[in-house]
Design a protein around this ligand. Structure first.
Ligand code: SAH
Length: 217
């Protein structure tokens, strides 16, 4: 797989589209201009890679729309060197955008084929998470907690309590909250017991499912 001038040009155009849609964070836009999204799609669909659209990947899952990736990444206010936990590695595209931004990424995926697929891409692009886990994201990663930031890329019907516990004081969690349709939600941990919640508009994600796909944990 190559990253040609044509791909780079399309990426630059996508960045302009995202700016027009209100994404301002220069670090997010820079990361999107660097990560070759066409590597995450089957090669026959090269032309779709830089449209601002979600795309179906393996195991009935989707690679999020670029706008969604950019919006969630901006809300996270991630800074280089911070420990960020991502729930739902999926294709690994969102992961690569965060790694490109310089964070130390910990990512969890419950489906084995996506876990394997993303692992290969991370290697190919030399964008490597600090830790990649095949497991149930509802449980978080207590061994590596607390995290500066937590990003959930699948929809949870209720607030995942285990994840709140693993957020640093002063930390931010971004997640789509709801069943059929969701509210993009930002949680700021103010103290041991106090969490402030901001609602940032409707969105639609695939559901966050309990337990690992193979039933083991
Ligand atoms: N961020 C991804 C898109 C994710 S789609 C990308 O950029 O491609 C949501 C992902 O969350 C799917 O891969 C799904 O399998 C995964 N998922 C759903 N429930 C989960 C859970 N409990 N723990 C970990 N991953 C989960």
């Amino acid at each position: 797989m190559v990253d040609s001038y044509k791909h780079k040009g399309r990426r630059a155009f996508l960045v302009e589209v995202l700016k027009e849609k209100g994404i301002e964070d220069p670090k997010v836009l820079e990361a999107i201009s660097k990560v070759p999204r066409h590597f995450f799609l089957p090669s026959a669909f090269d032309d779709f890679a830089y449209k601002d659209e979600a795309f179906p990947i393996a195991a009935n899952q989707t690679i999020s729309q670029p706008f969604t990736v950019a919006f969630q990444s901006s809300l996270l206010e991630a800074k280089p060197g911070e420990a960020v936990l991502e729930i739902g590695t999926g294709s690994g595209y969102q992961s690569c955008v965060l790694i490109e931004m310089g964070v130390n990424l910990y990512t969890i995926e419950r489906q084995k084929d996506l876990f394997d697929f993303s692992k290969q891409i991370f290697k190919k692009l030399r964008l490597t998470p600090k830790h990649q886990s095949f497991g149930d994201g509802y449980k978080g990663l207590p061994l590596f907690a607390p995290f500066d930031k937590i990003l959930v890329t699948a929809a949870s019907a209720t607030m995942p309590k285990e994840l709140l516990k693993q957020l640093k004081i002063g930390g931010i969690m971004v997640l789509p909250l709801g069943e059929e349709e969701q509210m993009m939600t930002k949680i700021i941990r103010k103290s041991e017991k106090e969490f402030v919640k901001q609602e940032l508009g409707d969105c639609k994600f695939v559901p966050m499912l309990r337990d690992r796909e193979d039933g083991q944990n």
